[in-house]
Design a binder for this molecule. Sequence first.
Ligand SMILES: Cc1cc2nc3c(=O)[nH]c(=O)nc-3n(C[C@H](O)[C@H](O)[C@H](O)COP(=O)(O)OP(=O)(O)OC[C@H]3O[C@@H](n4cnc5c(N)ncnc54)[C@H](O)[C@@H]3O)c2cc1C
Length: 419
Amino acid sequence: VRVVIIGAGFGGLNAARELKGADVEVTLIDRNNFHTFAPLLYQVATSGLNAADVAHPVRGVFWKQPNVTFRNASVTGVDWEEQVVEVDDGDPVAFDGLIVAAGAGTNFFGVPGAAEHSLPLYSLADALALRNHLLARVEWAHAHPDEADVALTWVIVGGGPTGVEMAGALAELVQHVLRKDFPELDLDRRARIVLVELADRLLTPFVPKLSANARRALEKRSVEVRLDQQVESVAEDAVTLAGGERIPAHTVVWAAGVKASPLAEHLGLPLGPGGRIVVEPTLGVAGHPNVYAIGDVAVIPGEDGRPLPGVAQVAMQSGRHAARQLTRTFGRAGRPEPFHYKNKGIMATIGRRAAVAQFPNGFTLRGTLGWWSWLGLHLVYLIGFRNRLSVMVNWTWNYFTWDRGPRLILWTDRRRGRK
Ligand SMILES: Cc1cc2nc3c(=O)[nH]c(=O)nc-3n(C[C@H](O)[C@H](O)[C@H](O)COP(=O)(O)OP(=O)(O)OC[C@H]3O[C@@H](n4cnc5c(N)ncnc54)[C@H](O)[C@@H]3O)c2cc1C
């Protein structure tokens, strides 16, 4: 029996691991030859971690699982008649069971100029592009001190966990590292980090007191938090808010939202909000008894009927569930069972000794305690011992020295760093 899994993210990887020892041949397909630990991408973007610390080669994950073959290709569609997955390079891949785990991509919500002029943070390539850009703008400011203010203004759009984490980490990079790298630039006075959020508070999935705590922690780090503000357009050198205010800036980080991976549109399956694949309570796709969609690419109904959030735990648990249902149906053990999500809580970090965490029983953590639990949890969930060790060494080094070694501009063409 052949099972194909599209995507080696949190969902796909867990689905493939769940099939260890099962009497199936698994082909895992991903356009990247590595798995990305997205929750730490913002640390790559702000020079806290190296790219290889948050990514792990997929082939290495399955050295000890001989029933998994990895295929490095982009999936372009599925031929439902022939039951094959079509890829951009090489032969199509036949399947008896299919798990779609292609994740999500950035949603610019049609805001004019956003796709062209802002920098998203969804993939490792995005994180590196953002790091190159951030650092290159400061070098540019150094070469053009009279025009520097626009290059030293960073606008982050979206006050969810990604935006908040990015703003906090950037503020610490500026205050503790770039200020020393560029003493002539007077960054204390000239650097400006603006976080723009549409809602009336940051971190809306959290209870209001944690939102308020996150806001205070950011303001303590000199981040300007702008709530109830909609971005109307983005240009090469400015962001315009709905009220007409124009914020001159060379750097706009887009952390405002996600939608399903563009692949979802090409599969001919039923789509729901955000272009996500609609699934039944079993995670199966109606009309396709051997097809499951999991993680960020799917609209997964929760116990209350509302869609579950696009977080790593949902992807991991849904991946394992879909894999089990395929083995049940192939093994004739019976009909697929409904998926029950076990909520383990949510967390976001603002900076050193500042994080918020909220658990399903209403228990909350913040400040230093929240931060230590955030650090511990992220280390536990990182894939690969080398990654854990490297992240731990980097964090310990950063903690004691405030230094950020990976602040390298890796453009081969210097002009690409320019606006
Ligand atoms: C910056 C950032 C920070 C986050 N922080 C947190 C956090 O702190 N906590 C948390 O719980 N969640 C966090 N999330 C959300 C979490 O990362 C996602 O919910 C999770 O990654 C979803 O897993 P997935 O397997 O559905 O998709 P992904 O992990 O995105 O994996 C999808 C995979 O599919 C591949 N793929 C896509 N299209 C194709 C194609 N056509 N062909 C081949 N391969 C394809 C991609 O390369 C990717 O490897 C964060 C996300 C981002 C972007």
